[in-house]
Design a protein around this ligand. Sequence first.
Ligand code: G6Q
Length: 546
Amino acid sequence: MSPTRHASWQQLRALADTWRKKHLRQVFEHDPGRAASMTAAASGIHLDYSKNSLDSEVLALLIELARDCDLAGQREAMFSGQRYNLTEGRAVLHTALRQQVDTPVKLDGEDVIPGVREVRARCYDFAERVRSGAWRGHTGQTITDVVNIGIGGSDLGPLMVCEALSPLADGPRVHFVSNVDGTHLSQTLRRLDASRTLFVVASKTFTTIETLSNARSARAWLVEALGSETAVARHFVAVSTNREKVTAFGIDAENMFGFWDWVGGRYSLWSAIGLPIMLSLGGARFDELLAGAAEMDEHFRAAPAERNLPVLLGLIGIWYVNFQGYGSHLLAPYNNTLRRLPAWLQQLDMESNGKSVHRDGSATDHATGPIVWGEPGINGQHAYFQLLHQGSQIVPVDFILALAQRGQIDSHLPTLVANCLAQSAAMMRGKTADEVRAELTARGMAAADVETAIPHRVFPGNRPSNTLLIDNLSPHRLGALLALYEHKVFVQAAVWNINAFDQWGVELGKQLASDIENRLKGADGKPYDASTEALIALAAAGIGRH
Ligand code: G6Q
C-alpha cells in the first residue's frame, strides 16, 4: 500500500505549508534550545540536525509515519534473512558480512556466518601473503601494485574506502580500472611493471562486458610482457559468485574468492569485493571497518527512533522529498580523502531508491529517491555553492567533517573546520537587506550605490542542512558512516514501500549495449528509432576510419 494513505502522511502534508512560511533564522531565535535537543550520536559520529526546517512536532509525525509503514518489521525482515528483495527472490544480508557475534543468521535453514568467516579468512591469508612478499609473481618478484578491474558495485566501494583510508595504507599500491574506454586501462598499465602487478577481477556475475573486456586486455598485456600463458596463475585472482565463468576465463578456482547472491553489488564492499582494501591496509584494519559497521547495525536495530541516526537522516530526507518538494540532496565531505564518498553514495541511493513502483508493483503516487551528488565541500564552495546560497532551488546538504585523521597538517585544520561550519551557518541564516546595507555603508559605499547593490548581495537563507562531525577518520568510524548511509537508504525505501535491492535499470543498460555493439560490428538486428539508427551509422563509420 502507498504511504500516502496513512493519516500521518496527511497530517505531515498539512504541516508542510506552515513550514514553507517559516524562516530558520526566526526558528532559532524563538528556540535556541533546538541546537542542543536536535542532536544525536553513535559510533563517534555526532549528528546536528537542528538546521533543518522542522521541529519536534514534524519529527514525531515522521516517526509515526515510519511506524505506520512498519519500518521495524521490515528492518527485522532484512536482518533475519527473509527474501526481502522480492523481485529477485533474494535475501539481503550484507549486515551478516560484518556481524561480530556468533548468533546464527539462517537462510533456508542454514547459518550463513561460518561461510562468511571462511571466505574472509582465505582473503586475509591471501592478502597477508601478498603484503609480506610470500606470494611471488611468475618471475619470482614480489607484488608492488594491485589493479582492481570491476565496475559499479564491484568498484566504487573498495575504491572509496581505499582513498578514504589511504593515509593508513601500508601494502601494495592499489589502482582501479572500471571504464571500458581503453585509455583507463592503458594509462594505468603504462606506469606498471607486469612482473610485480596483481590483477583482481571483481565481478559478481562475471558477465559484465566492461569488466571482462578490461580483464582480457590486462591478461594479454601480462602474457605479452612475461612471455608465458602460465604467468596468469600468479598474477590474476577473481572475486565473484560465478565459479564456472571464472574458470572459463582461465582463472583457477584456487585463486577465486566467492560471495553470495544475497550480497547486492552496491552493498558488497564488506565481502571479498573488499579484497583491494585488505591488500592495501591488511586484515586487522578491515576488521575495524567491519566492527564500525556492525556497531552502526546494532544502533540502527536497537536505538529509539528519536536517537537513531539512520532513522533520523532517512525521515528528514522524506520530509524534504515528499513534503517540501526538494528533489536533490548534496553530500559535502570536507576531508579530502572522502572525495569519492559522494560517488559511492550516489550509486547506493539512486540505484536503490530510483524506483517508481511499490513492492506490489503498483505505481507510486509520491516522489521517491532524490538526485544525490557532491564533491569535497571546500572545492564546492569555489564552484556550485553559489547556487546553494542564491539559486532558485533549495538543496538540502549533509556536511561531513572528520576532526582528526592520520596525515593531517594540524595548522590547516582550523581553516577546514571553519569553512565547513561557516557554510551551514550562512545557508541557514542568509543575509538580509538591512545587514547588507549596514555592511556596505560601513565600507564607505555611496548611498545610491548601496541600494543598487543590495538585491544582488542579499542571501535568502533558510536552506537546510545536517552536520555530521566525526571524531577521527579511522577504519572503525568509516565503517559506521557507510553503514549509517546504507540504513538511511533502507529507511526511506521502507517508508516508500519500494524495493531498494533490485536494479532493473542497470540490467537494461547491459542488454541494450550488447545489442548495439553487435550492430556496430556489422551484424543485423532489429532497427532502433531514426535518431539511434543515424548515430549507429555515424559511429560505425567513425570507428572504421581510425
Ligand atoms: C550494483 C549494481 C551494479 C553492479 C555492476 C557490476 O548494485 O548491480 O552496479 O555492481 O553492474 O556488476 P558485476 O559485479 O556483476 O560485474
